[in-house]
Ligand binder design. Structure first.
Ligand code: ADP
Length: 319
C-alpha cells in the first residue's frame, strides 16, 4: 500500500490530533503517503484533501480539537454522496482509509468497506459510547475536566449550603456522569441507563441533610434530562437552595490527557500497521490496556454494556 488517507468525523474529541500525527508519521516511515481529508466525509465528497507532511506537524500532537476539521455530513448517508466519496478515493489512488470518530463515523466507514475501500477505525469520542471497546479517545480528558470543574463548583456549594445539579455531556450514554460521580463521591447520580424519579431523589437529599451533609452535588447525564428543569423542582420539593450548572463545551476542548495522547499514538501506529499488512474493515479498541481490533460489522452490532457495579458503588457511598 503506497497511499492512504485519514479523516476525523463526528464530534471532535481530545486526542484526535495525536492519532492523526501518529498515522502520518508511522505511515511515512513505511514509505506511504498520507492525505488528510478536511471536514470528515464532506471532504471526501467534495474532494478536499491535502498531502500531510510529517515534519510540519510538531505542535499539533498535544492540541485539542481536530486540525483536519470535522463536520456532520448528511450527504454521506445518501447513495449519491457515497458514490462521490468513493470516486474521490479512486481518483487519488488512495488504497486505505483511517477514520477517527464515533459510531456514526464507523457506519460511514462500513459503507466504504462495502465499496471495496479498506478502512481502519480509531475510536474518538468523549462519550465512551462504543460497546466493543472499554475506552475511546477523549473520554479521559473530559473526565479530568469534569472532575476539575466539579471541584470548583463544590467549593461554592459547600460555602452556601446549596445543592448543585451538574449536567455533563455523553449524549445517550451515561459513562461520563457515572465515572465522574464515582470519582467525586457525588451525593446523587442520574443516568439514562437507570430509572429514576424526582421524589426518591429528594428523599435521598433530605436523608443526607438530616445526617449532617450540608451541601450536595447531583451529577446528571445530559441523556437523562435537563439540570435547569430539575433544579427548581428539587428546590420546591425540599426547600434546599438548589442551582443548575451545565458544563457545556468546556468538556470538549483542551489539551488531551497523557492517557489520551498515549492511546492515540498507539492506535495511530496500529492502524497503519494493519493497512500496511493489507488488512482493512477493522476498528480499534482497548481491552485490559491492550490495543485490540474487531471486524467493523461485528463491532457495530455489539450491545451496549453498562457498568452496574460502579453505579451501585456510587449509590452506596451515601445513605
Ligand atoms: P460520531 O461519529 O461521533 O458518532 P455522527 O453520528 O454525527 O458522529 O456521525 C458522523 C458522520 O458519519 C455523519 O455526519 C455522517 O457523515 C457519517 N455517518 C453516520 N451514519 C452514517 C451512515 N449510516 N452511513 C454513512 N455515513 C454515516
Amino acid at each position: 500500500m503506497k497511499r492512504i488517507a485519514v479523516l476525523t468525523s463526528g464530534g471532535d474529541a481530545p486526542g484526535m490530533n495525536a492519532a492523526l500525527g501518529s498515522v502520518v508519521r508511522s505511515a511515512t516511515q513505511k514509505g506511504m503517503e498520507v492525505f488528510g481529508v478536511e471536514q470528515g466525509y464532506l471532504g471526501l465528497i467534495e474532494d478536499r484533501m491535502q498531502l500531510m507532511e510529517p515534519m510540519r506537524a510538531t505542535g499539533m500532537v498535544t492540541s485539542g480539537g481536530t486540525l483536519l476539521g470535522t463536520m456532520r455530513c448528511g450527504e454521506m448517508k445518501t447513495e449519491e454522496g457515497r458514490l462521490k466519496a468513493v470516486e474521490t478515493i479512486r481518483k487519488h489512488g488512495i488504497e486505505g482509509l483511517v477514520t477517527i470518530g464515533g459510531d456514526g463515523t464507523f457506519r460511514g466507514a462500513e459503507v466504504l468497506c462495502g465499496y471495496g475501500v479498506p478502512t481502519i477505525g480509531i475510536p474518538g469520542t468523549i462519550d465512551n459510547d462504543l460497546a466493543y471497546t472499554q475506552y475511546t479517545l477523549g473520554f479521559d480528558t473530559t473526565l479530568n475536566t469534569i472532575v476539575r470543574m466539579a471541584t470548583q463548583i463544590r467549593d461554592t456549594m459547600a460555602s452556601h449550603e446549596r445543592v448543585c445539579v451538574m449536567e455533563v455531556m455523553g449524549r445517550h450514554c451515561g459513562d461520563l456522569a457515572l465515572y465522574s460521580a464515582a470519582a467525586l463521591h457525588a451525593e446523587a447520580l442520574i443516568l439514562p441507563e437507570m430509572p429514576w424519579d424526582v421524589d426518591s431523589l429528594c428523599q435521598r437529599l433530605e436523608r443526607q441533610r438530616a445526617n449532617g451533609r450540608r451541601s450536595a452535588l447531583v451529577v446528571m447525564a445530559e441523556g437523562a434530562g435537563k439540570a435547569t428543569e430539575l433544579a427548581p423542582v428539587i428546590m420546591e420539593k425540599t426547600g434546599f437552595d438548589t442551582r443548575a450548572s451545565v458544563l457545556g463545551y468546556v468538556q470538549r476542548g483542551g489539551q488531551p490527557s497523557p492517557r489520551d495522547l498515549l492511546m492515540a499514538t498507539r492506535m495511530g501506529v496500529r492502524a497503519v500497521e494493519l493497512l500496511h499488512q493489507g488488512i482493512g474493515n477493522r476498528v480499534l479498541g482497548q481491552c485490559q490496556e491492550e490495543i485490540v481490533d474487531f471486524d467493523i460489522n461485528e463491532a457495530l452490532d455489539m450491545p451496549a454494556v453498562f457498568n452496574k457495579e460502579l453505579y451501585e458503588l456510587v449509590q452506596g457511598l451515601w445513605a
